[in-house]
Design a protein around this ligand. Sequence first.
Ligand code: PLP
Length: 389
Amino acid sequence: MDNGITPHMAERKAKGLLRELAVVERLPGGKLMSGGREFFDLSSNDYLGLSFHPALKEAAFGKISRAFGSGASRLMTGTSGCHADLESAVASLKGKEAALIFNSGYQANVGVISALMGKYDAVFADRLSHASIIDGVKLSGARLFRFRHNDTEHLSGMLRAKRPGVRRAMIVTESVFSMDGDVAPLEELTGLKKEHDAFLMVDEAHATGVFGPEGEGRVHSEGLADNVDILMGTFSKALGSFGGYVAVSGEMKEYLINFSRSFIYSTALPPAVIAANLKAIELVKNSHGRRSKLLSLAGYLRQGLKSLGFEVLGESQIVPVLAGTNEAAMKMSRDLREKGFWAAPVRPPTVPEGEARIRLSISSEHTENMLSELIKAIAYCAGGRLKNA
Ligand SMILES: Cc1ncc(COP(=O)(O)O)c(C=O)c1O
């Protein structure tokens, strides 16, 4: 029987787009082990190295001494005292009245957008929005309008044209973009939200823990929390753990508990994970040294690569180096691996066609020495310019 899978996979392979799983063991110090060899890990989002922090692991072990699984969904018997404590801690970190934990950031985006928006509504999303945002819109049945990346004039025109014809409107963006490492014009977006009576939702998956004096992310540290209706984030990146959340008003939280299907119809995260998340918030608030080291390392790498003529994007701990074709990105990734650097290629559909890249994800566990070796390796792989360095 020709079920269409074989030719579809063959086509994917021919285009250099095949995705494969690599088995690795992450190690402390921003490294990993694979196939018996050690590599520098430039593909993890453990930006502050907190996933290895002993206090985080102790917090989880402390809870495991009772039961591991939560046993039920949140609305049944899956809500423990530490779920409530964690929601208060998230609300306070984010400068909002309340917060709601989801089982992952993906589920948070899908569950919130599909609960709030419906077929008479429209979502205006930055063109580079994460797949979970787009999937949430698809599930909601709302109309989707994608504005040019960070282009508030384009968005403004779209809102003027489309807002009058729909019931509810929502503007969605990421505050630090996952694949480009650049930042959204948040203040302008809050202005448009007010002008057009729209919800504003900001995904702070890559900003939380990294930006703001206490790692609160960009929205709260820029004084904008009151003007953002839904502040979404994840525990799985700088917080070194697992799970997602939204920080919202008390009323919005009640609404989501009643209508967000990815929240309602899924077993609650285990108490051990929740306890680790709570500890992660405490650690992140006190991680000033790790935060400033991280951003200064990223600046060092970005500058070093730019000065050699590479096209480097972003202004955060995410340092994407454009390779152009899928083949070029894959070759650069393979060559870097030979030199001991693990940097996965990112290809369409995750990024636009023709913009395949190596996404270098920096950790505060890395060192300037290691990054200087990386710069030489990238230059060497790209054409041997620094062969004798
Ligand atoms: C911008 C953005 N939003 C949401 C998510 C999903 O978060 P999680 O990994 O917790 O499901 C990710 C992570 O892949 C992301 O990069």
